[in-house]
Ligand binder design. Structure first.
Ligand code: CMP
Length: 149
């Protein structure tokens, strides 16, 4: 068992559409544990840090403008192989390619408005979590259903 933590960001369009509960519920029902959660309007500085690997790409400006346009919900999700499991629950980056049953497949509008971001590797998860959370803001607790997961 490899317990991992990963960063999720519920994007501005999904917050505005009232999808926060639905998205968190899908992750919780999968057996993943939310160990950190907050709503914030992302600063340009944090957005540029988060998406630094995309600097220079043709979609970079649109991405930064979108993610800073209105409040987002950022969270840290914990579980066995959480990085890979969360990405499976979310589906491929482009909602047009995401199968029904995945979060992006069911709710995604476009590659920019793709509902949710999640870290793509252990290294990214460690780096991205630190952008939004202090270690003391993350909680350790047991889920009541843990024995059944
Ligand atoms: P996300 O998981 O937040 O990580 C980077 C984001 O860049 C991605 O979701 C998309 O919203 C966006 N993105 C990736 N590729 C493209 C592309 N070809 N055109 C526009 N946006 C993209």
């Amino acid at each position: 068992m490899a317990v991992e933590r990963t960063l999720i960001i519920i994007k501005p369009g999904a917050v505005a559409r009232g999808l926060v509960g639905e998205v968190l519920s899908r992750l919780e029902k999968k057996g993943l544990k939310i160990v950190g959660l907050k709503m914030l309007k992302m600063s340009r500085r944090k957005a540029e840090e988060l998406y630094s690997v995309h600097k220079g790409k043709h979609f970079y400006e649109e991405l930064i403008n979108y993610i800073t346009s209105a409040p987002v919900v950022v969270g840290v999700v914990e579980g066995d192989d959480a990085i890979q499991v969360v990405r499976k629950v979310i589906g491929p980056t482009n909602p047009k390619e995401a199968p029904p049953g995945t979060i992006r497949g069911d709710f995604g509008i476009s590659i920019t408005q793709n509902v949710i971001h999640a870290s793509d590797s252990k290294e990214s998860a460690e780096r991205e979590i630190k952008i939004f959370f202090e270690e003391g803001e993350l909680c350790s607790y047991s889920r009541a259903d843990e024995a059944w997961l």
